[in-house]
Design a binder for this molecule. Sequence first.
Ligand code: PEP
Length: 259
Amino acid sequence: MKKLIIANWKCNPTTLKKAKELFDSVKKITKHLKDTKVVICPPFVYLSELIRTSAKSLGGFVFGSQNCFWEKSGSFTGEISPLMLKNLGCEYVILGHSERRKHLKETGGMINKKLRVALEAGLKPILCIGETKTEKEQGKTKNILKQQLKEFLDNSMAQLVVSEVEPSLNHLILVYEPIWAIGTGDSCNPGQAAEVLSFLKELLSVLLNPEILKNIQILYGGSVNSDNGLNYINTGFDGLLVGAASLTPEFPKLLTKLI
Ligand code: PEP
């Protein structure tokens, strides 16, 4: 399976012109990638135009959105549905990002509903989980990750195993994003991240059947740049979620190392 490098542009840039320039700088490199796929996640407002103008590009990249709603259509002012995104040409959707949990007060239950509908609409969810600095210092990392997975995937571990959602979970991308590492420059030590990776694999192996498990990719995110990115891939992660650095020349530099 190809490694996934996800560019989360967050609420940037502020003009379509800059978004196109940023996309062009990435596109130049992606056409040379063989074993890596780049998922570009711009703000909603740029998706349509970037997808349209990229139709004749050489590839190596696809598009994702940074969020979606938990219904396919209806009276939900201001919301964007997973079906709209799928029909537009989006392949992935980021769900459960800690910034949405913090600033938009998204709960585990909301993320669980979004995940189900995103899967139904045919989007591949990029599900983020991670602990805070305090939780890490209190030695609670594993419990927190287990609890988040339980809430996001279903509301009960037992149910998850037999859940009707399970068959489509093979499109799931799980990202370990320690909250204390996001946007701080304080990236997780690759050795510690690898320990979490083993734990997540073990946890998923109890929850899901091997057929589904073999398709699930686990990524690392949190202050990734061109210097540290490869360390996570070398310790066994299936890719990276890149925030701030995806808006700078750091990103093409990181991708160049993956050619
Ligand atoms: C993120 O957006 O999820 C992220 C990891 O951001 P950054 O790379 O800036 O830490």
